[in-house]
Write a protein that binds this ligand. Sequence first.
Ligand SMILES: NC(=O)c1ccc[n+]([C@@H]2O[C@H](COP(=O)([O-])OP(=O)(O)OC[C@H]3O[C@@H](n4cnc5c(N)ncnc54)[C@H](O)[C@@H]3O)[C@@H](O)[C@H]2O)c1
Length: 274
Amino acid sequence: MSGNESRAHGRVAGKKILITGAARGMGRSHAVRLAEEGADLILADVCESMPELEYPLATPEDLNETARLAEKHGARVVTNVVDVRDAAELAKAVNDGVAELGGLDAAVANAGVLTVGTWDKTTPEQWRTVVDVNLIGTWNTCSAALPHLVERGGSLVNISSAAGLKGTPLHLPYTASKHGVVGLSRALANELAAQNVRVNTVHPTGVETGMQPASLHGLLADQRPDLVPIFLNALPAVMAEPIDISNAVLFLVSDESRFVTGLELKVDAGVTIR
Ligand SMILES: NC(=O)c1ccc[n+]([C@@H]2O[C@H](COP(=O)([O-])OP(=O)(O)OC[C@H]3O[C@@H](n4cnc5c(N)ncnc54)[C@H](O)[C@@H]3O)[C@@H](O)[C@H]2O)c1
């Protein structure tokens, strides 16, 4: 079967899906996996670094590359350089994308950031940035998508973390924000079930992406080796790969999961059972 023929029979054939944080890492992987299975895509990314973070964020070239990879599979793709913290700009980008593609079936709130530090070194700026992007940005994504989903049903997939279920230390704002994503998603799942909109969270263990704050390893090794076991997977793998998470996202977006809502889907190599 050619790429386009397999798209026609794909697991999300014909669906139109919004993905935030799509320029690289897991967001790019979700875009390519969903494109392979027949989706058309609205991709959003801030494409600019932030002073509160110790690692760089993606670039406009990264976002274009994601679009190119998805288009190779025959997907129609709309890209937007937009910050998920800006609710109005995000809603406008989504509305424009929906007008271009002719509808929306699902959104994957994937954009996220991570700061590192012990409790006494954590600053108000870190708290505000991380909660603003990871929690309020997830809400902004749901809120931008929902006007298009409530009429016909749909799927919201909010990317949390193993740190959304477990007291993962040395990044308090991140752990708090990812727990917040669970509360938001459970409550929304209740509010939206009557309209056939499903809301689920995904909880990855560590995945090798651009989200690499170099100070974490040093902090663990030099100051808090007692905390290392909290980060260890049960299964014999140090890290998962982006595709492992994308396959979970694919399931939650597809109709295969039509009676799945309010689920916390762990793709965590067992780190949360430890
Ligand atoms: N990498 C891991 O180990 C890991 C583990 C669990 C959960 N997660 C979560 O997975 C998601 C994807 O992370 P990743 O590992 O691919 O990291 P990444 O840094 O490689 O990718 C995140 C993307 O989000 C974009 N982004 C950041 N802030 C944004 C904003 N305000 N508006 C729009 N876009 C923004 C970045 O530019 C980047 O392209 C995040 O929510 C992250 O918290 C990551």
